[in-house]
Design a protein around this ligand. Sequence first.
Ligand code: SF4
Length: 481
Amino acid sequence: MAIIEQKGMYGEFPRCGKAHARTTHYCPGCGHGIINKLIAEACAEMGLQDSTIFVDPVGCGVFTYYYWDAAHVSAAHGRASAAATGVCRARPDAVTIAYQGDGDLGAIGFNNAFQAASRGEHFGCIFVNNSLYGMTGGQMAPTTLEGEKTTTTPFGRDPSLTGHPLHVCEVFNQLQAPTYIARVSVADTKRIYACKRAIRRVLEIQQKHQGYALLEILAPCPTNFRMDAMKAAKFCMEEMEREFPLGTFRDLENGVAGVAPTAHPESDVLAVKPVPQFPTCNDLFAVPDGIDAPSPENDPAVPERRFKFAGYGGQGILSLGICVAEAARLEKRHSLWFPSYGPEQRGGSANCSVVVSGTPIGSPAVDHPDVLVCMNQPSYERFAADVKPGGTIIVDESVPTDVPPPAGVTLRKVPAIRLAEEFGVPKAANTMMLAALRKYKVTGLDDASLETALVASFKKKPQLVEKNRELLRKAEAAFDA
Ligand code: SF4
């Protein structure tokens, strides 16, 4: 069966590193995939591909230049509207479109975007609101709903601590200059059609040189909502739309002048919000007056040990780092865990640093680790040369190690990925690596603490605890054989 090429997109996406790739890096059910398709399609249908310059953000939408067959400029985090200002002034003949997420526009880049809108710069801004930071693991964003659980608001966003959700369209609608402001959604078919019309309107305004246009698009992020695609879309329609009503706030060229859309029946967007009362840290952690929170015990005899864990996103590399940091905490050591992501949550590179010490730790950065755990070749190539003399590199056997490690560094190759597959649990390669860390005694931590930390890491999936314990023992036995 012939594959029909998507209008406005490249036929294949080789820039993403795989020849003949035709899939995007977005997670299944992600709103970005739909929005990318709609924008590319509208651009092609309106004959604008050769005259459009996209300004790409930092965030899950960072790789639009892999997909849209048009001109692109990449901006620093939060600076897409600033970069678009430069582009539209340098090329007033072009159609300039900034593509931004709610972390990029609503947080770090808010003032850039707001001032550009206030000046009425001649570009269109497509603002994707999925109510959290998607790329970096689902932290709270300015748009996070009250009560919404994110990795930084695990008990739900509490307005008395972190304020109320930011309504970008409503705030921008106070300005005089913008020509067009609207909010749409891609949560179901009807909404997707409305979204396509709104995208065409943004492009049309740019084509006709009619000024600044802002289009906010509510989009599901199933990965960080921790929902399947259907439930994520429902959350978008029921919860997000209650807070962020859909509608056209203004369309000056079409005679819609600065009106608010009809609010969702249960929306309290316009209600007067109570003045937040800020609790103390002791209130937050339910610490009785006069009693300090538990803290690590200082022991200068325990030397500082630095670890780097690296591999592909999805290999459990960050969880492995958490396990080691948590085991150290159980032994009342000071410990820090510090993640670093590639641009994708799935399939990109990921690494984390862990520092364990008997005394307070000055910095979580690990430039020269004592122990490096590598699950893929790019990690070995990037970090092996930095390992301290006397240190250890534990690397999966599938990783080529043609370049030897630095002098004085021990290299241990272990069949982590192969064993996990042979044991029938391919996702447990990180547990195999934990077994290697225990076997080679490189953490300075007790085997029991490492196992307890492993068990704790499955507290949301208790059904996996016994299996991973068993895998830990089987791997250690296999390493001994
Ligand atoms: S993390 Fe969320 S926003 Fe990012 S690609 Fe996955 S589903 Fe989309």
